[in-house]
Design a protein around this ligand. Structure first.
Ligand code: ADP
Length: 294
């Protein structure tokens, strides 16, 4: 049982505003963590809880939210503090009611603002610290060459995790071929863009004013196409979103093929997190990509 009064006191210290806690309300829907809404009738905060060993994950999430917020583009919950209380790790952030419906311009605004977010750049691909994708470690050591980054820190990393979990046959053999050859598909000179990193539909919402909000990131600097690809992986964000994004920052030819290369990372991650059902999908994607390389 977390020490709610302790967490409330730390939130008050972080915000500099008094916070007289009322009994907490649990929020459903998270994949990885327990989530609680803490309020005192005037202010509300969103608190994620996990085992004390997961403190670094929450620290990285807080840093990611801060990096996204610093771009002043898409709205993100403002992180307030992290720590361990009564043996549990917590991350406290601004509570944003996310039940809103997109305003008439909401989806287009999300596309436009994401393109502006992607203008935030860095000298290399990667990030200042490692983080997690789902609950899987995501290595981000900076690397100036995108092909090397995607090979070592993304696809190669997930393939190694899969091998350690016993997925050793065809997916490894064909995956190794893909790692050698996929550089041929990267002919569009990607530059390091600040990415949300886990931008599926479940991590986009709309606030009470109908403005888009993104949350639960796995931030790093990478090819912006990787963020866009993930928006398409589980359903898509709608034609207004894509039209607005492309108007703000057109995409290079070849995206349709690279989309599969980038989403393969998430499907391999799903294989590692959830098991065998994703094996056939990963293998199918690898074969399609190998066919493109020829
Ligand atoms: P997990 O890391 O466990 O996947 P999420 O960060 O996705 O958890 O949060 C779980 C759910 O809680 C989200 O789907 C969203 O509906 C809601 N949520 C997330 N962040 C906030 C927030 N700052 N304010 C209010 N609701 C939030």
């Amino acid at each position: 049982m977390p020490d709610w009064q302790d967490i409330a006191a730390r939130i008050a210290a972080a915000t500099g505003e008094p916070f007289a806690l009322r009994p907490p309300q649990h929020v459903g829907g998270g994949c990885i963590n327990r989530a609680v809404r803490l309020g005192d009738g005037r202010r509300d905060y969103f608190v994620k809880l996990n085992d004390a060993s997961q403190l670094a994950m929450f620290e990285a999430e807080a840093a990611g939210l801060a990096a996204l917020a610093a771009t002043a583009t898409l709205r993100v919950p403002r992180p307030l503090c992290t720590g361990v209380s009564a043996g549990e790790a917590f991350l406290a952030m601004e509570y944003i009611p996310l039940g809103g419906r997109p305003g008439a311009d909401g989806k287009a605004a999300a596309g436009r603002l994401l393109a502006t977010l992607h203008r935030a750049s860095a000298p290399a691909f990667g990030w200042e610290r490692d983080n997690t994708i789902g609950s899987t470690p995501q290595p981000n050591a900076p690397e100036p060459d995108w092909v090397v980054f995607w090979r070592e820190r993304r696809l190669g990393h997930q393939l190694r995790l899969a091998a350690a979990s016993g997925y050793r046959g065809r997916v490894q053999e064909r995956g190794a071929r893909l790692l050698e050859g996929f550089g041929a598909l990267i002919d569009h000179a990607p530059r390091p863009s600040l990415l949300h990193g886990d931008l599926w539909g479940g991590n986009l919402g709309f606030d009470a004013a109908g403005r888009p909000v993104i949350f639960d990131p796995a931030v790093y600097y990478g090819d912006r196409e990787a963020d866009l690809a993930m928006t398409e992986l589980f359903g898509g964000f709608g034609s207004d979103f894509y039209a607005a994004y492309r108007e703000a920052w057109p995409l290079a030819p070849g995206y349709a093929v690279r989309k599969t290369l980038y989403n393969l990372y998430h499907i391999l991650n799903h294989l590692n997190l959830f098991g065998g059902g994703y094996l056939a999908q990963a293998e199918g994607m690898i074969e399609r990509l190998l066919a493109e390389i020829g």
